[in-house]
Design a protein around this ligand. Structure first.
Ligand code: ATP
Ligand code: MG
Length: 410
């Protein structure tokens, strides 16, 4: 089997080999290639130490990303390549980081520290594929299995528990029985993991094609990862939430909203804060959760556009469709309603329909000329926008000023 490596990857391997260091493409790219998918990035591992690498690539641009862990980033023809010295991890005492790492010149040793068999393969154009743990076989069978003894691997690094779920969701591979048992038994190890790492893995899990099935299969693990979800995962609404995630659009905020919606806006907010999701993701998700109860129709689409913005409205429509399907409503009817609302949304955007204060034909200065001051100005602008998006007043300066006077005198 020959792996068509991108030219910069092939050249990096060649330069290292010419200097006498065995080197391989490794991890995700080999897995994706074995599965017939296009790798999205390439990691390289090598017998060369960071100092050796600096010499081999002295004429190239390099970034010292993690020299103490043996990683150097080399930029070849504009492509950044992470190159890491073969290493074995020492003992883990904090449940997340090895206390020490030791460099080695054997690729098999490096592969043995990796998390799952499908991620523990290396490939060299000179020596072919190195697969000491049956990664190809597990790709063929479609299973996620730990390298080595699962419970021990999860005690070393609790993040692997959530990674198992993420890869299962993303690849559509069930988790092999012993590994699955260890995932459940060791779930409390997730408590030692930083919230940001959990959030990142959860995001990947939610976007996976089998997200719903994985969430439904491991409720107690999800509760350990996201404490705010504990009650929901234990109740009858969980199945529906899992279904809703599957049926919702493949966009991260929509997936989070599908997951957190049942908590209500305040608890959903608190769960996102706790996980330290990025502010923009929190804002988008919160807008979806808050507006999910009001079904978007051609009749109110304009007002909803003003409330949530154009991009968010598209997700909201799709999320509401997903929610109805998850609730057991007729998928065709839910799909038809969503299509009508979506058509109206597009029409509004085509017409450049006014949907924010920026689009309004009057501004704060106009209103202060009418005698309004301070917060009164903002409140009046909001009221006028609502008038426009409800079709009650045209977005024209004179009409809006007249309406403002009326509202003032009312
Ligand atoms: P993706 O396509 O999602 O990037 P990936 O397999 O490249 O998948 P990464 O998180 O980028 O996943 O990690 C790269 C490789 O490093 C993995 O394939 C695996 O071999 C190894 N690895 C990453 N994290 C761990 C971990 N916590 N424990 C053991 N090995 C790990
Ligand atoms: Mg990767």
């Amino acid at each position: 089997m020959r792996f068509e490596l991108p030219q910069p990857v092939a050249r990096a391997l060649e330069m290292l080999e010419e200097a006498g260091f065995a080197s391989y493409a490794v991890g995700g790219c080999v897995r994706d290639w074995v599965l017939g998918a296009a790798p999205h990035d390439y990691d390289i591992c090598t017998a060369a130490s960071p100092a050796d690498m600096q010499r081999v690539f002295r004429a190239e641009r390099t970034v010292e990303t993690g020299v103490q862990h043996g990683t150097l980033t080399v930029i070849l023809s504009g492509m950044p390549l992470e190159i890491t010295t073969f290493r074995v991890d020492g003992a883990y005492s904090d449940g997340r980081h090895p206390d020490s790492v030791r460099f080695t010149d054997r690729v098999e040793e490096d592969l043995s520290r990796r998390d799952f068999t499908v991620n523990a393969m290396a490939y060299s154009p000179l020596r072919g594929i190195v697969d000491p743990f049956g990664g190809q076989e597990d790709c063929r069978r479609g299973i996620i299995r730990c390298v080595g003894e699962a419970e021990a691997r999860f005690s070393e690094d609790g993040l692997r528990i959530l990674r198992a779920l993420r890869f299962s969701a993303r690849l559509g591979f069930p988790i092999e029985e012993k590994t699955a048992r260890a995932v459940r038994v060791r779930r409390d190890q997730l408590k030692a993991i930083s919230r940001e790492r959990i959030a990142a893995e959860m995001g990947g899990l939610l976007l996976g094609k089998d997200a719903g099935q994985v969430l439904a299969g491991y409720p107690e693990v999800i509760a350990a990862a996201v404490p705010g979800l504990t009650e929901l995962t234990q109740g009858p609404a969980w199945t529906r939430a899992c279904c809703r995630v599957d049926a919702s659009p493949g966009e991260e905020a929509a997936r989070w909203a599908a997951l957190l919606m049942d908590l209500g806006r305040d608890a959903a907010r608190a769960a996102m804060k706790e996980l330290k999701l990025s502010n923009s993701l929190q804002e988008r998700t919160a807008a979806l959760v808050a507006n999910a109860p009001v079904r978007v129709t051609p009749g109110n689409a304009w007002e909803m556009l003003a409330r949530v913005g154009s991009e968010c409205l598209e997700s909201l429509i799709a999320l509401q469709r997903a929610d109805r399907i998850a609730a057991g409503e007729d998928p065709d009817a839910a799909g038809r309603d969503a299509a009508l609302a979506e058509e109206r949304r597009r029409e509004l955007l085509r017409e450049h329909a006014c949907h924010s204060l920026r689009d309004l034909a009057v501004n704060g200065r106009d209103l202060s000329a009418l005698g309004l001051r301070g917060p009164g100005i903002g409140q009046m602008l909001d009221r006028l926008l609502l008038q426009v998006v409800r079709g009650e007043t045209p977005n024209e300066r004179d009409a809006l000023l007249a309406r403002a006077r009326e509202l003032l005198n009312a």
